[in-house]
Design a binder for this molecule. Structure first.
Ligand SMILES: Cc1cc2nc3c(=O)[nH]c(=O)nc-3n(C[C@H](O)[C@H](O)[C@H](O)COP(=O)(O)OP(=O)(O)OC[C@H]3O[C@@H](n4cnc5c(N)ncnc54)[C@H](O)[C@@H]3O)c2cc1C
Length: 392
């Protein structure tokens, strides 16, 4: 049976953190546990960056260095190599958001292609990632999702989105680097789902290269997966999915309420948890057809996955099962899983300080609003501080 106290080992969890890095993490989580401070800090930072005040250095040495690997991919190598020595791989995540021009979409695609080439000769980076709206306009996905017909110009624009997906997935297959495609808002996701399925049918014929994302705070996703599974068997391709709970809950609920349709989000956290764990079970029971990247900081879901793998005789290092957390969060899960022999990869965000601010603000807000998560990080850091003191 699996050890359900695995994540309590703080020595393994924080093995890469020096005493001063541990103190910085403590200070940071303490700060972001105060909601008013996060609100004021966010507004002040946005203002200071817009006014070109010299705050980048301060941001870099605090929140940026904790949650990001660097400003470019070379910059991240130190973090990547260090984590890999402890068995934790990296998924380099170019976290620049909110860009809307064709040149910016091409630049994001080029960045992803560069990361795949960069990954090619590095065992520490077996996986690459991109966001649908990194490669095309949100409203174009939305219009496609609504089934509306596109103008001739829009159709050309969409063809360019499709070409970007093909370029990345094709190179992923050539270089044997798996491609995760993030999940976003439900009202643009249908178009992305159809496109990603097309990629899977092209590139996942021998093994899963392309992975879609299932956001399991959505109550309709297990049904979607079951249907996708039937189509994949019929057409002869493997499914890759990253499973997460989902990051846009408030926005989803507000929009549904405003427009008067049934919210796509489960009614409670309990329902989301059940949906996540049931879907994980379905996948692990069909592991020959469906490969999975389990993206969660939830300890219980990670323990359930480990126990199910044990029960179903899936080897800990089976390449069809990966676990993943975000850099700067839940090291107690990532490093203990890796030490126990599981495949683990952390998302390592990078990009110019100014451009990754929306990502950093989401992390700060998430750690403020996700009940218990910040206090969990703080308690673990306190425990490790104590352990180091006793060891001295
Ligand atoms: C490696 C990785 C990749 C990720 N990629 C994506 C991605 O592509 N797209 C994306 O949207 N998110 C992504 N996320 C973020 C993820 O969706 C979650 O927001 C985050 O991980 C918190 O969920 P959890 O399972 O870790 O933890 P938990 O703390 O157990 O769960 C919190 C989550 O539960 C859900 N929830 C909370 N309260 C309620 C409620 N009252 N009713 C219903 N549901 C509720 C919400 O989704 C909330 O984020 C990713 C996360 C990781 C670790």
């Amino acid at each position: 049976m699996t050890n359900n106290q695995l994540f309590e080992n703080t020595k393994v969890a924080f093995q890469l953190k020096t005493d001063s890095e541990l103190e910085r993490a403590y200070f940071l989580f303490k700060m972001i546990s105060h909601e008013p401070l996060v609100r004021i800090g966010t507004a002040a930072t946005n203002f200071a960056l817009k006014a070109h005040l010299p705050v980048e250095g301060l941001i870099r040495s605090t929140v940026f260095d904790h949650f990001c690997g660097g400003v470019n991919e070379e910059d991240c190598l130190k973090v990547i190599d260090k984590m890999y020595e402890s068995g934790v791989s990296s998924v380099l995540d170019y976290s620049v958001e909110g860009k809307e021009t064709e040149a910016q979409f091409d630049a994001a695609m080029e960045k992803t292609l560069k990361i795949i080439r960069f990954s090619d000769d590095r065992d520490a980076m077996p996986i690459a990632v991109f966001k649908p709206t990194g490669f095309g306009r949100f409203h174009l996905y939305e219009k496609k999702s609504q089934g509306k017909s596109l103008s001739a110009d829009e159709q050309n624009e969409w063809d360019r989105v499709v070409a970007r997906y093909h370029a990345v997935c094709k190179l992923g297959k050539e270089k044997d680097v798996e491609i995760l495609i993030d999940g976003e808002e439900s009202w643009m996701q249908d178009a992305a789902d159809i496109l990603v399925e097309e990629m899977m049918s092209h590139y996942n014929t021998d093994k899963p290269i392309v992975y879609n994302t299932l956001q399991l705070y959505r109550w309709d996703r297990l049904d979607y997966l079951v249907q996708l599974h039937k189509r994949a068997i019929k057409q002869g391709f493997k499914i890759g999915v990253k499973i997460v709970r989902g990051a846009y809950m408030e926005k989803e609920r507000e929009r549904a309420h405003e427009k008067g349709y049934r919210s796509p989000i489960c009614d409670s956290k309990f329902e989301t948890d059940r949906n996540f764990n049931d879907t994980m079970k379905y996948i692990l029971e069909n592991i020959n057809d469906i490969s999975v990247f389990v993206g969660t900081h939830n300890e219980v879901s990670n323990y359930i996955a480990m126990n199910l793998m044990d029960k179903l005789n899936i080897a800990k290092n089976d390449n069809n099962v990966w676990f993943g957390q975000l850099y700067g969060m839940s090291d107690h899960i990532s490093f203990n899983l890796a030490a126990a022999g599981y495949n683990v990869a952390k998302y390592v965000p990078f990009g110019p300080v100014k451009d990754v601010m929306p990502y950093l603000i989401r992390r700060a807000e998430e750690n403020t609003s996700v009940a218990g998560q910040t206090s969990r990080e703080l308690n673990l850091i306190k425990k490790e501080r104590q352990r180091r003191k006793l060891d001295d």
